[in-house]
Structures are given as C-alpha cells and as structure tokens.
Design a protein around this ligand. Structure first.
Ligand SMILES: C[S@@+](CC[C@H](N)C(=O)[O-])C[C@H]1O[C@@H](n2cnc3c(N)ncnc32)[C@H](O)[C@@H]1O
Length: 341
C-alpha cells in the first residue's frame, strides 16, 4: 500500500501563490489534496521530502510544516488515479480501460486478477463520477431473455433513466439489459423508418428500437419478459409515443400476420423466428435481422434470411449488412437489412 501523506506547508494567505509556485517547481506539491484556507492562513499539501524545510528557509518563507487534520482530497480524474493507493502496483496494468455510464449508473467488467478488489474499483469509480449513484460489476447476459448477470459493488440502486438520441429509456440494470454498443443502430432505426409505416418489433425489450421508431410509425412492440415489459410501458409514457401497441408474450406465437411494412428482429440469436417475421410482412417489406456470428462464417445471417424467405415462397433483396459491434473475441453482432417480396 502506498503511504498517504498529510504533510502541508502553512503560510499566510498572501504568500500562497509564491509558495505554490515554489513547491511546484520543486515537484513536491501533492496534487491529490486541495489547498485549503484556515483564517488568514492556507495549507499547501506537499509530499514527504527530506530537505524541504531547509529549501523553504533558504527561500525566506515564513512557514510552518504541519500534518493536516482535515485534508481535502481532490477528485481523481481517472480510475487509475483513484485506485493508485488501493491496489498493488503490479495489478494497475490490468485495470479495465473502459466502463459504461447509463444515466446515473456505472457498469464495469472486472478482469479475474482484480476480482478481490471489486469493491475498491466500485468506490473509485464513484469518486471519478460523482454524479453516479451506483456501480455494478457486469458479468454478461444470460439465456434467451438476455437477463443481466451483474453484482452491486458500490453505492445503491439499479433503476436509472438514460437519455440518448432524443429518447428517454428508464430501466433497472439489475433486471433488464441495455446495450450501449447498440446506440448507433437504435438511432439508425429511428431514421430509416418512414412516416406512417406499420412496424413489428419482435423483441422489444424496454423499447430500444420501438421508442425511436414510434416517433414516425405505428409499432407493435412484443416482449416476453414482464420486467422489460413494465419498463416498455413506462418508456411509452415518458416519451409520449401513443402509436405503440405493447404486447406481452412470445413473439413466436403472438406476432400478427400480413400487417407490417417493417419487422425488427433485435435479438442476436433469433434465426428460428425468421418464418414468423416474414409472415408478419404485407406483400413486400423490410426485415432487420440481427445475429451474433463468428467471423469465419460471416455470410451465415444472409444465408439464413435468404433460405427462410424462399421457404415462405418469397424473393429477397439484401440491401445492407452492417456490423453493430464486436460481440466477443472473433464474434461480431451484425444486422441484415433485407427487402422481402
Ligand atoms: C437482446 S434484447 C434487445 C436488445 C436491444 N436490441 C438493444 O439495443 O439493447 C432482446 C429482448 O428480447 C426479449 N425476448 C426474448 N425472447 C423473446 C420472445 N420469444 N418473444 C418476445 N420477446 C423475447 C428479451 O426478453 C429481451 O428483452
């Protein structure tokens, strides 16, 4: 553990500027603590330095070296700064490079070597992001419902309101997923949908795609998980999008037929639902089909869309295959835009 110094130079306030300049030139100012004033004096925090007293005397300062009773710590700017005195130096290079901020909640992935320090990482992240109320250790998603596997490591509360692309998303990070990596896709969906269209969102969740699309279109939003459905209803209300028809159920069985201009299949493992999606379309229409696919077989999603359309006696034009994000090492999340007719 690093020794945390409380040493400071106490000088008259009018001399503060000169002393700060002096200790900065010497490289002994302790920037982790703030300069504090007490009456006509200030305390300038410094790190331990052998001949500091002599140097100050030589410079003719009228000073006193004190141990601060109430040091005020400067807010660290990075996770690295905040953790330096809390974890062993040799583990610093293992620190997570990124973390996600959703509303006032932080999600962070923690490498195995740092699992014992999860609480310290959480506390440090709150120091770096004082507007946030809690930090959750993100350990992935589980099963077809993509339920988050996460653990609270600092602060409290899981419900948050996240704003993005002019939309409001309220949800509880401990109950439902929200993928920041899909942001560009959510915004794109809101842009490409045309005014007056009828859309079926087969895996609506809390309204990831439904909300941006509902600003222009009528959207059937189907969701199987009651927790997600609860927030879907809340988000319809918060965003004042009356054109959404929420449906609680399994899209394999409740998807309406021959109704849609566009079907969104926003689940990374949903190829078995392609026949249902195709039957939801009117004469001709768009399918936005998502899949997580190993890079070696990157053509698989297109192949699946084409064969599902043919099996339903339809033609298909593949307009676009877009990478949404890296899913896991060697695996990408893609979306296929297909016109089926
Ligand atoms: C992966 S999430 C959607 C992620 C989203 N596209 C984003 O931008 O973050 C998929 C949603 O589909 C729901 N779901 C899974 N199987 C379903 C089914 N058979 N019918 C309806 N919803 C389903 C899950 O509960 C979950 O809310």
């Amino acid at each position: 553990m690093l020794h945390v110094s409380r040493l400071a130079i106490r000088v008259e306030s009018k001399k503060a500027g000169e002393v700060i300049e002096f200790v900065e030139r010497l490289g002994v100012r302790d920037k982790r603590r703030r300069v504090v004033s007490s009456g006509a004096y200030v305390e300038v925090p410094v790190v331990e330095c052998e001949n500091l007293k002599e140097l100050l005397r030589e410079a003719n300062f009228d000073f006193e070296l004190v141990k601060q009773e109430k040091p005020v710590y400067a807010r660290p700017r990075t996770l690295e700064d905040a953790l330096r005195s809390r974890i062993p130096e040799n583990l610093m290079k293992k620190l997570p490079k990124t973390y996600k901020v959703l509303g006032d909640i932080i999600l962070v992935k923690i490498p195995e070597e740092l699992e014992d320090y999860a609480g310290d990482i959480g506390k440090s992240l709150l120091e770096v992001n004082p507007h946030c109320k809690s930090v959750w250790w993100d350990r992935g998603k589980r099963g077809m419902l993509r339920k988050p596997d996460i653990v609270l490591i600092a602060g409290e509360g899981g419900e948050t309101t996240h704003r993005e692309g002019g939309c409001i998303y309220k949800f509880d990070v401990s109950k439902v997923m929200f993928s920041p990596g899909n942001q560009a896709e959510r915004i794109r969906m809101g842009r490409i949908v045309k005014k007056g269209e009828i859309v079926v969102d087969m895996f609506a969740g809390i309204g990831y795609f439904t909300i941006p699309m509902a600003k222009k279109a009528k959207v059937y939003a189907i969701e199987i998980n009651p927790d997600s459905y609860h927030y879907l209803l809340e988000n319809i209300r918060l965003n004042e999008v009356e054109s959404v028809i929420p449906v609680l159920g399994d899209s394999m069985y409740v998807t309406p037929e021959r109704i849609a201009d566009r079907v969104v299949m926003g689940h990374v493992s949903c190829h078995e639902f392609l026949p249902v999606a195709i039957r939801a379309l009117r004469e001709g229409g768009w399918i936005h089909y998502h899949e997580s696919v190993p890079e070696q077989i990157i053509e698989r999603p297109v192949r699946r869309v084409i064969s599902a359309a043919r099996a339903e006696g339809k033609e298909v034009r593949i307009e676009n295959v877009r990478k949404v994000k890296n899913y896991s090492p060697g695996v990408v999340h893609v979306v296929v835009d297909a016109y089926v007719f």
